[in-house]
Design a protein. Structure first.
Length: 79
């Protein structure tokens, strides 16, 4: 809890925190083990906070590869 929230006695009320101040998990915090890379890429995409470019660059995959992974993940969710 930040100092301002402590002083105002606000205990993590997300409605009182502007959306610009709410931060998604950093890409570095999303696990990227060898067997979990695809899941990590999909988790990063699911946050909605990062561009395709940011995610592809972080996981060191080509944009086309990233797009295929996302489309495959979306198809699996439909079935």
């Amino acid at each position: 809890m930040t100092g301002m929230q402590r002083n105002a006695e606000i205990a993590g009320d997300t409605l009182s925190v502007p959306q610009a101040r709410r931060r998604p998990p950093a890409l570095a915090q999303i696990p990227q083990g060898s067997g979990e890379r695809e899941a990590a890429i999909l988790a990063a995409h699911a946050t909605g906070a990062y561009t395709y470019w940011d995610i592809a660059e972080h996981f060191r995959v080509h944009l086309a590869t990233f797009g295929r992974l996302v489309r495959r993940g979306m198809q699996q969710c439909e079935h």
